[in-house]
Design a binder for this molecule. Structure first.
Ligand SMILES: Cc1ncc(COP(=O)(O)O)c(C=O)c1O
Length: 323
């Protein structure tokens, strides 16, 4: 019998695919780590299931309990699947920037969704992350707390990193990732650098995020941008900036175009953060040489979460008139 025990055991072990058409003409090899093929459609399934397992083991999440989380959508979707399997309630707090597609999906999965105005600083008690924390505290629910929960980094250290090492037979030279919570970059990057200290970690950061400036030690402010899920206006506790070797800032128009190029050249249908990361991988090759290096780009989620945004030309026309 070749049946999985449950959906939980289908999380992770995502394929690595050569992006040779997308990276045509380069003398480096770019590979995409297909996180969009996780059961819930994103890299966040890994941390959702792992954080819940750890919370159950620690006795802070008990049968019939409620999970509260601040999310750009994907962690909520992963948590909703785990909650359905295990019988928990889920309450998600999101900024209004999160696409309607992801909000609709969360509602279909049975989560309560609370959408709040964006643009508030993290110091504001009305920031969606602070409201999630308050709700959890006042109601006695468990806050998954992906931005600071060490189980997030651990999930990637134990799974994403080893998978990439194995899939590349130890020949990975460069990892390109974005940072939302920092879990992917920190956990995967730490594992790969422990295996080979020469592995370079590249942060792909949307123009408008403060993280690029922060890593470069520059005065840094944030402004709005379209890419969802990566970039920040504060420093997430799970982001170990010391792992980053290079930073590549990507404009919204380049992230959107790269997502469309991945579809056209590779039949890979992904979201805006994948576009940002794939563009940064190309840029890295252009800037740092064509010497046969193996570059792994994380592709965090699929395009179905963005049908009403970056894949809707009328939406794009209002947000990015030049695209
Ligand atoms: C679409 C998308 N891409 C990338 C990320 C970033 O991953 P991480 O939180 O591990 O830094 C997120 C996280 O929120 C996301 O939703």
């Amino acid at each position: 019998m070749h049946a999985a025990k449950s959906l939980a055991s289908l999380v992770g072990n995502t394929p690595l695919v050569a992006l040779s058409r997308y990276g045509k003409g380069l003398r480096n090899n770019i590979f995409g780590k297909c996180e969009f093929l996780n059961p819930g459609g994103s890299v966040k399934d890994r941390i959702a299931f792992h954080m819940i397992d750890k919370a159950e083991a620690a006795g802070v999440l008990v049968p019939g309990g409620t999970i509260v989380e601040a999310t750009a959508g994907n962690t909520g979707i992963g948590l909703a699947l785990a909650a359905a399997l295990k019988g928990y309630k889920l309450v998600t707090y999101m900024s209004e920037k999160v696409s309607k597609d992801k909000v609709n999906l969360l509602q279909a999965l049975g989560a309560e969704t609370i959408i709040l105005p964006g643009g508030k600083p993290i110091s504001d008690p009305e920031h969606f992350m602070n409201l999630a924390r308050t709700r959890a505290k006042e109601s006695g629910a468990w806050l998954a707390n992906q931005f600071f929960n060490e189980s997030n980094v651990e999930a990637h250290y134990q799974t994403t990193g080893p998978e990439i090492w194995k899939q590349t037979e130890g020949t990975v030279d460069v990892l390109v990732a974005g940072v939302g919570t920092g879990g992917t970059l920190t956990g995967t990057g730490r594992f790969l650098k422990e295996k080979n200290p020469d592995v370079k970690i590249v942060l792909a950061d949307p123009v408008g995020s403060m993280l690029a400036g922060l890593v470069k030690g520059e005065e840094s402010t944030s402004s709005s941008y379209l890419v969802e899920g990566i970039g920040q206006d504060f420093v997430p506790g799970n982001f170990d900036t010391s792992l980053v070797d290079e930073v590549i800032q990507v404009r919204d128009e380049d992230s959107v175009q790269a997502a469309k190029d991945l579809l056209k050249t590779e039949a890979i249908f992904v979201g805006s953060s994948s576009g940002c990361i794939a563009f940064a991988a190309l840029q890295y090759c252009r800037e740092f040489g064509g010497d046969g290096k193996n570059i792994v780009a994380i592709l965090p989620d699929g395009g179905r979460g963005y049908i009403s945004t970056i894949y809707d030309q009328s939406w794009l026309d209002t947000k990015l008139p030049t695209s």
